[in-house]
Ligand binder design. Structure first.
Ligand code: UDP
Ligand code: MG
Length: 336
C-alpha cells in the first residue's frame, strides 16, 4: 500500500495506484440501528461525495439483532465505497471502532456514531484541519441537544475526575467522534491492550492534536445503545487503563485510619480509660463498623476491577471476532 505522508497531504496525486488509493475512511459502529442507518448512510455519502476524493465507509456490525445488517448488505451491493465488517456477536462499541480502524485503508480515518448525534457535515472542517497538518482532530461539543441532565452531568464529572486522576488530558466534552491520520491509526492498531478506552489511547499517543467545535444533535431515531451499565464499564476502563491512584488510595487511607486508632489508643491509655467502650452506644458502634466494612469491600471491589483486567490481558483473547467482511470493491480491502 502506498501511503501519502503527512507533508504530502496537499500534493497533486498523479500516479495511477495512488489515484485508486482511499483517502478517507469513515468508521461507523452499529448496534441495532435499523431506524437510523439509511439516513446515516445518505448523509455520509452526500458529504463524502462532495470531497471529490476516494473514500470508504466501514460499517461495523456489532452483533445487530434487527434489520441493520440486511440494510447495509443491500447498500454494499450498489455502492463500491462501502465495507461491512460483521462481528460474530455483540462485543461493544470500543471493540467495534477498534475493528473499524484495523479494517480502514484511508490516509485519514474518521470515527462517527451512526445515530447522527455527531453531524457528518462537520467532517469537511476536520479534513481541513488535517490538511493543515494536524494528526488528530477531535469534535468538541459546545452544546448537547436532547440529552438527559443525568448524562450531561455524569459526563462532566467523569472527564474532570479522569483528568485529575491521570497524567493524560482528555479534552472535556469530546467523545470518539474524531479524525486521525494514518500514522496515528497504525500506532493505535499496534497497541494490544484489552478493555480499550480508545479516546484515552489516542490522547496518550500524542501527535499534533486540535479540535473543531460542534453542537451535538438529538439522536435521529431509536434509543441509546449505551445504558448505565455500559457507561460505567467504559468509565472504569478509562480510569483503570490510565491511573493507579484508586488502587493505591486505600493503602494511604488504611494507614491514616491506623494512625488515628493508634493515637486514640495511646491517649486512652494515658487517661486510664481503656476498655471504657460503654460510653459509646451499640447502634453507633454498629454504624461505624458497617461503614468500615463498606470501605473495606469498596477497596476489594476496586482491586477486583484491576485484577479482572489483568486476567483479560493474560488470557490474551482477541477484542472481537469477525465472522465476515463484505466489500463490493475488494481493491483496497484488507480482507483476509
Ligand atoms: N454501539 C455499538 N455497540 C454497542 C453499543 C453501541 O456499536 O454495544 C454503537 C451505536 O450503534 C452507535 C454508537 O455505538 O453508533 C454510539 O451509541 P449510542 O449513540 O447509543 O450512545 P450514546 O450517544 O447514547 O452515548
Ligand atoms: Mg448516540
Amino acid at each position: 500500500m502506498i501511503y501519502v505522508v503527512a507533508d504530502d497531504r496537499n500534493d497533486q496525486i498523479d500516479n495511477d495506484d495512488v489515484k485508486n488509493q482511499v483517502i478517507y475512511s469513515i468508521v461507523v459502529p452499529l448496534f441495532n440501528e435499523e431506524l437510523v442507518i439509511t439516513e446515516s448512510y445518505n448523509r455520509l455519502k452526500a458529504i463524502m461525495d462532495s470531497t471529490n476524493e476516494n473514500y470508504e465507509i466501514v460499517f461495523v456490525n456489532d452483533g445487530c439483532k434487527d434489520k441493520t445488517e440486511s440494510i447495509v448488505r443491500e447498500i454494499c451491493d450498489r455502492d463500491e465505497n462501502i465495507k461491512l465488517v460483521n462481528f460474530s456477536r455483540n462485543f461493544g462499541h470500543q471493540p467495534a471502532i477498534t475493528a473499524g480502524m484495523v479494517e480502514a485503508c484511508g490516509e485519514a480515518v474518521v470515527v462517527i456514531d451512526a445515530d447522527l448525534q455527531d453531524p457528518p457535515e462537520i467532517i469537511p472542517a476536520m479534513i481541513k484541519k488535517w490538511r493543515e497538518g494536524f494528526d488528530v482532530v477531535y469534535g468538541k461539543r459546545t452544546k448537547r441537544e436532547g440529552e438527559t441532565f443525568f448524562k450531561k452531568l455524569t459526563s462532566k464529572v467523569f472527564y474532570r475526575t479522569f483528568n485529575k486522576l491521570t497524567n493524560i488530558d482528555i479534552p472535556c466534552d469530546t467523545g470518539d467522534f474524531r479524525l486521525i491520520d494514518r500514522k496515528v491509526c497504525d500506532k493505535l492498531n499496534t497497541l494490544p491492550e484489552k478493555n480499550r478506552y480508545v479516546r484515552g489511547l489516542i490522547s496518550w499517543l500524542g501527535f499534533k492534536q486540535t479540535s473543531v467545535e460542534f453542537v451535538r444533535q438529538e439522536r435521529f431515531a431509536g434509543k441509546t445503545k449505551y445504558p448505565l451499565k455500559k457507561m460505567i464499564k467504559l468509565a472504569l476502563d478509562g480510569i483503570t487503563s490510565f491511573s493507579y491512584k484508586p488502587m493505591t488510595f486505600f493503602g494511604y487511607f488504611g494507614g491514616a485510619l491506623f494512625l488515628i486508632g493508634f493515637i486514640s489508643f495511646v491517649v486512652d491509655l494515658m487517661r486510664d480509660e481503656l476498655g471504657n467502650l460503654g460510653v459509646m452506644s451499640l447502634s453507633l458502634f454498629l454504624i461505624i463498623m458497617m461503614m468500615m466494612f463498606g470501605i473495606t469491600f469498596i477497596a476489594i471491589g476496586i482491586m477486583g476491577q484491576y485484577i479482572y483486567r489483568i486476567l483479560d490481558e493474560s488470557k490474551n483473547r482477541p477484542n472481537y471476532i469477525i465472522s465476515d467482511v463484505i466489500h463490493y470493491n475488494k481493491k483496497n480491502s484488507k480482507d483476509k
